[in-house]
Design a binder for this molecule. Sequence first.
Ligand SMILES: [Zn+2]
Length: 217
Amino acid sequence: MATVHARSRKCFLCGKETLFREVGKVEESGARDLDTRPAGEFRETMPLWIQKCPECGYVAARIDDAAQIGKEFLSSERFVSCDGIAFTSELARSFYRLYLIKLEGGDVKNAFWSVLEAAWASDDDGNADAADACRKAALEQLDLLIGQNAEDENLRVLKLDVLRRCGMFDEVGAFYKTLNLTDPVLKRIASFEVIQADAKNAKRRTLDDLKTTPRTR
Ligand SMILES: [Zn+2]
């Protein structure tokens, strides 16, 4: 069982003190999705990965985390409207706002992961349009990250999954051809992604799905 405890924290931007539920220890179980989204009870804890100040609307992994933005950013058009994306999940909206904060602060890595988490929350909410918009935004950050980490094969294989989940099947095949991977597990994942893309399958796939699919490529 995941351990959850309550903890009071003070908002970095406005000083309002709020009691939050936080995850202590959580066991990793089951096969992760190919975009690294955890399974099992770790997956269930996602609403506790982000905190929102009820007073000013600041969002952070921990509300007392130093902000890379000023308070005025919280009332900016972009932050308020979430770039016009019609989110129907408050959790997805919060992750998207965290993405905007990280983007504004020039933190590419956390911008990428936050907007991918906004996609996951939108998947759970059944909002395919919002999930798609988030993954397209994630791709922009992922390209920057790949540019900064040219040797990181994980990031490049992750891009195949984000492209496929957006339905960008041709792009999966084209990007795959540029890869030259050395890690055998990543090679296997990458070729699986291409097989799925060739079949025009944009659905979630896990590491377990790899084991049950014949090696045809
Ligand atoms: Zn606040």
